[in-house]
Design a binder for this molecule. Structure first.
Ligand SMILES: Nc1nc2c(ncn2[C@@H]2O[C@H](COP(=O)(O)OP(=O)(O)OP(=O)(O)O)[C@@H](O)[C@H]2O)c(=O)[nH]1
Ligand SMILES: [Mg+2]
Length: 369
């Protein structure tokens, strides 16, 4: 009886650009085996002009011509004979043609934002509210943007240092963060959770309407009431939110509960009624895609990220061009220009959207003068 087949060399991970050919190969200790290639449970056979499987003596190979996005995946080769079997697997990534342009230099983006002027003198600062599920990276996003503008050593003291979602929001206050002398302010809120836990949707709606005072401590048992001593009864444009940012973790998108998604849709519907612009920041992209985690500059060539954006668009009912994938400073030591560029591109978008909102508000004011 022969011996169990064994690999002399194993399959290696591959990254190809769309349209290129893919070759996976490895070597076994014998050619007298039955070889089976599989991807996602399907056995792969030869397909004229597209796919070839075979072996030259002990070298086994799989060739795929003209890589398409659907060729991305986890490929397994199993070898068997009467004595037993063995298998090995490798991931194949198919990079798409860049579907959005990545900025490579941060300086032009920073200087445009530094010289930015709000279109109305009555408005002191553009105010952004970040909301989303617990642990989505809301506080980290604020931290990332603040550290880019303030140029200090990154310190993620606002965010939880735990990567596991405990089910309890680390942020419990309605907290304002300014960006030095620039006319931008971020508002951080408690995360959304399933059922009666986390921040109430009414609190978020009241926040963007301008009724919630700075440093208000959110209560899980009830939303703010008009009788609260600091409730802002007649908010001005300087109390209101000018752009709503939904923060969604790319790696947990498929696990997000229906309940949280429904809450987010309700919040978005209320913001739409008031004409407040809405943008999505899709965080934790490095956790969702290996290609991106290895080279952030390839984010707009990643099929995984593209698919996540489509999924996010379907779940929240937002158009894809309003979704910006970003990576936050997490455990990096120094500054990372590519990370900054992605964050700055997304930030530029919310600045212009908020300014448009102010522009519309100011035109309406003039009509009544
Ligand atoms: N790898 C990675 N980790 C991230 C990223 N953004 C945030 N994190 C981590 O995710 C965890 C949650 O981040 P937070 O910023 O505290 O999330 P949050 O939305 O403010 O959470 P709550 O205030 O608890 O609702 C922390 O451990 C962060 O360091 C990212 O882009 N990549
Ligand atoms: Mg937080």
């Amino acid at each position: 009886m022969g011996s169990t087949p064994e690999f002399v060399t194993v399959l290696a991970e591959k990254t190809v650009t769309i349209g290129q050919d893919i070759t996976l190969s490895c070597e076994a200790n014998s050619s007298k085996v039955t070889a089976e290639w599989k991807k996602a449970g399907d056995t792969l056979k030869c397909v004229e002009g597209k796919r070839k499987v075979g072996n030259t003596d002990t070298k086994f190979y799989l060739e795929i011509k003209d890589a398409k996005p659907e060729d991305e995946g986890y490929y397994t080769l199993s070898l068997s004979n009467a004595s037993g079997s063995c298998s090995c697997s490798a991931m194949v990534f198919v990079e798409l043609k860049e579907w959005r342009e990545v900025e490579k230099e941060q300086e032009p983006l920073i200087s445009t934002l530094k010289s930015f002027k709000i279109c109305s003198e009555e408005v002191r600062e553009l105010r952004f509210l970040l909301h989303g599920p617990v642990g989505a990276g809301k506080s980290s996003t604020i931290n990332t943007l603040k550290s880019i503008f303030e140029g200090h050593q990154f310190l993620n003291c606002l965010a939880t240092n735990s990567d596991t979602v405990s089910g309890m929001s680390f942020t419990t206050k309605y907290q304002k963060f300014s960006t030095g002398t620039l006319p931008f302010a971020f508002y951080d809120v408690m995360g959304l959770e399933v059922g009666h836990k986390g921040v109430h949707t009414e609190d978020i709606i009241n926040a963007f309407k301008g009724h919630i005072p700075d440093d208000y401590e959110f209560r899980e048992d009830m939303p703010i009431i008009e009788e609260h001593r600091d409730y802002i009864t007649s908010p001005t444009i300087n109390n209101k939110i000018h752009c709503l940012v939904s923060v969604i973790p790319a790696d947990r998108l498929s696990m997000m509960s229906e309940d949280v998604i429904k809450k987010m849709r309700n919040i978005r519907a209320e913001a739409s009624k008031l004409g407040i612009p809405q943008i999505v920041f899709m965080t934790r992209v490095d956790k969702a895609c290996k290609l991106t985690s290895e080279d952030l500059g390839k984010i707009y060539q990643s099929k995984k990220i593209r698919d996540k954006i489509t999924m996010c668009s379907n779940k929240l009912g937002v158009t894809e061009n309003c979704i910006f994938p970003v990576k936050n400073y997490h455990n990096e030591i120094g500054s990372n220009e590519q990370l900054n560029c992605l964050a700055l591109q997304a930030f530029t978008q919310i600045v212009y959207s908020a300014n448009d909102y102010i522009n519309r508000w100011s035109s309406r004011q003039k009509q009544f003068e």
